[in-house]
Design a protein around this ligand. Structure first.
Ligand SMILES: CC(=O)SCCNC(=O)CCNC(=O)[C@H](O)C(C)(C)COP(=O)(O)OP(=O)(O)OC[C@H]1O[C@@H](n2cnc3c(N)ncnc32)[C@H](O)[C@@H]1OP(=O)(O)O
Ligand SMILES: O=C([O-])CC(=O)C(=O)O
Length: 376
């Protein structure tokens, strides 16, 4: 590193890429996706609208949306040998690790894997969006020694994703809440997983490798893994009072509370969390059980009072997924399934306008040579 280089641990505040995909506008409080605010879109649009917005140009007409759905359905059915690979995994395997393996295995079925043209990458994005939900749902069924569940053509994309997980056809309300969660998770500028994917793609490596790396990144508790950790906390506490006490104790021990805080939003609320909070309320009313809602609200108050911190999307997505009957180990894989479209858009953009990522270091180790060869 020379004197003219700046060092920001964790790349905080560093601009790492130029993009036309998305921006977190913390001044206006917007998540801008290709010009539109994601929160506004969540009021009237669905996940497939966002798929079109991210992979094609603009919001789709009804006919274009139907076309997106048809393209996805045409790619259903994972190669049988990928299912066999998943069957070889030990039953202790976390579904995120199974997902990483499944995506990696798909690479071998792409005869033109090294062609990074826009058309080829887009076609792969649709195939991956179609097959990743199947890997998520069925790797879990395989690990649980349950029957696998194949996609049903009569269901919508999101309803089918949920159906393959639970084995039950969702009601319209359940399918629509799940769809909205996918929309909210679809794209979020430059989180660690997107950065990882772009770094990998910048060597002109392929989309499967970039996504495989992104799964590993998203698994961590400081990122996507937080939604599972939130649910374990809520279930472990079991009541409003016990949850408040648990949070207070953890804060006294200087522990991080999963589902709170954010590198970009910092001390502001993640606007996506508010949308999921409303959906949690609706589900609680429908099921006649508002315990999780009351616990989450009480937790919010503790965190605001003690740390001035607010929830991120994972905090409210977790109880929503639980009330939809989704097993906890699938919460983070679902986040990844939803984010696949955003990641693919970033990988495509990187390939279209590439510059290799290769930063420098602030070296704080020893130097043993007395000879100076000058600045590198
Ligand atoms: C959808 C998503 O992926 S959103 C992210 C999901 N991840 C989580 O929910 C994990 C919990 N949250 C966190 O660990 C953090 O807030 C992160 C990793 C998301 C962001 O962290 P950073 O930008 O690195 O902030 P950093 O960890 O430096 O925190 C700044 C201050 O806030 C505190 N803080 C931040 N988040 C939390 C938290 N969740 N619980 C308790 N304290 C927290 C830190 O202890 C630190 O306090 P200090 O200045 O007194 O030392
Ligand atoms: O933006 C981030 O750092 C993490 C996040 O909220 C997301 O990926 O949805």
């Amino acid at each position: 590193m020379t004197d003219t280089m700046t060092f920001s641990p964790g790349l905080e505040g560093v601009v790492a890429a130029e993009t036309a995909i998305s921006l977190l506008d913390t001044v206006l409080g917007q998540i801008v996706i290709k010009g539109y605010d994601l929160i506004e879109l969540s009021k009237t649009k669905g996940y497939l609208d966002i798929v079109h917005l991210l992979l094609e140009d603009g919001l789709p007409t009804e006919a274009e949306k139907a076309d997106v759905e048809a393209k996805l359905k045409a790619e259903y059915d994972l190669p049988e040998d990928v299912m066999k690979v998943l069957q070889l995994l030990p039953e202790e395997t976390h579904p995120m690790d199974a997902l990483r393996t499944g995506i990696s295995a798909l690479a071998g079925y792409d005869p033109t894997i090294d062609h990074h043209t826009l058309a080829a990458n887009k076609a792969r994005a649709y195939k991956l969006l179609s097959q990743i939900p199947e890997i998520i749902a069925n790797s879990y069924h395989i690990l649980q020694k349950e029957e696998t569940v194949r996609p049903l053509n009569e269901l919508s994309y999101s309803a089918n994703f949920l159906y393959m997980i639970t084995g039950k056809k969702p009601t319209n309300l359940e399918a629509s809440i799940f769809d909205q969660s996918l929309l909210l998770y679809s794209e979020h500028e430059m989180p660690n997983s997107t950065f990882t994917a772009r770094v990998i793609a910048s060597t002109l490596s392929d989309i499967y490798g970039a996504l495989t790396g992104a799964v590993a990144s998203l698994k961590g508790n400081l990122h996507g893994g937080a939604n599972e950790a939130v649910m374990h906390m809520l279930l472990g506490a079991g009541s409003v009072e016990a949850f408040e006490t648990l949070l207070e104790k953890r804060l006294q021990n200087k522990e991080k509370i999963m589902g709170f805080g954010h590198r970009v939003y910092m001390k502001k609320i993640d606007p996506r969390a508010l949308v999921m909070k409303d959906e949690l309320k609706a589900l609680c009313e429908l099921k006649g059980d508002d315990l999780l809602y009351r616990m989450c609200e009480a937790g919010e108050k503790v965190m605001e009072r003690e740390k001035g911190l607010y929830p991120n999307l994972d905090y409210y997505a977790a109880p929503v997924y639980s009330m939809l009957g989704i097993p906890i180990p699938l919460f983070t894989p679902i986040f990844f399934g939803a984010r696949t479209v955003g990641l693919c858009a970033h990988i495509i953009e990187q390939h279209e306008n590439n510059r290799l990522f290769r930063p420098r270091v602030h070296y704080n180790g020893e130097r043993h040579s007395h000879q100076s060869t000058g600045e590198l």
